[in-house]
Structures are given as C-alpha cells and as structure tokens.
Design a protein. Structure first.
Length: 147
C-alpha cells in the first residue's frame, strides 16, 4: 500500500521519464538542416550590430525591479477591494496597513533617489576644508610613525 508521498514520488518519476522520452523522440523525428540563418542569434527580427557586451546603466534594472515589486503588491489590492466589506473593520484596517507600508516603501525609494533616471548632481566639496583635513591627517601619521 502506497502512502500519499509514495504516490507523489511515482507521479514525479513518471513526469520526468515522460519529459526525457518526449525530448529524445523529438530529437529523433525532427529534421536537422542547419543553415546560417537558423544558427544566428534571433534579435527580434533586427540584424545584430556591435558587440553583445554593452554596458547598461544599473538604474534601468533597479527601476524595473521596483516596478515589479510594487506592481505585484498593487495587484493584491484588487481582491482586497472586492472583499474587505465582508470582513468588516478588521479587513479594512488590514488593507490600510498594507497601503501604509506600500506608501512608506515608495517614499523610501523616492527619497533614496532610485526612481530618478538621471544621475544626481554631485555635492560641492569645500576644497580648503578638505586640504586642511588632509594636512592634519598627514601630520598625525608622521607623528605616529616617529614614535
């Protein structure tokens, strides 16, 4: 007599075996006629230009990840908006807390500057102040090395 885990294990084995057999059978049946066009990298129908090692600004990825995170969280608001009245004040407060946390996360990202496309302008440095600190640091190092 098989337990529930035994049935799941057999199901996984059958799925893996079926996948391997299907891939191998497809490899045997399909024709193999490679041409230059078939072996080229497909780039949305456009001809390839330049090297594939192009440096992208990391901000594109950061903004995309932030969008995905907040997009998924906003999708969770639709079921809540449809059913919060069924749960009364508790359901309403849970949704409001979720919205507050979501708003705090968005404010944090905005304040941090991760939503800006352009690089932030660098702060002006007081050269005299920096020179003075550098000279003091060098004199301290000289005094310590003499001891």
């Amino acid at each position: 007599m098989l337990t529930e885990f035994g049935k799941i294990f057999i199901f996984i084995l059958v799925a893996i075996l079926f996948t391997i057999i299907a891939i191998y059978a497809a490899k045997l049946i399909r024709p193999s006629r490679p041409t230059k066009e078939k072996l080229d990298v497909y780039e949305c129908g456009e001809n390839i230009e330049g090297t594939p090692w192009v440096k992208f600004n990391i901000r594109f990825y950061v903004v995309a990840l932030i969008f995905l995170i907040f997009d998924v969280e906003v999708v969770l608001l639709f079921p809540w908006a449809l059913t919060y009245q069924d749960y009364g004040i508790y359901g309403f407060l849970v949704g409001i807390i979720f919205l507050v946390v979501l708003g705090l996360g968005m404010a944090y990202e905005w304040r941090k500057g991760d939503l800006e496309w352009a690089r932030p302008t660098p702060k002006k440095v007081d050269v005299k102040f920096e020179k003075k600190n550098l000279l003091q640091t060098n004199s301290q190092i000289n005094v310590e090395s003499e001891n």
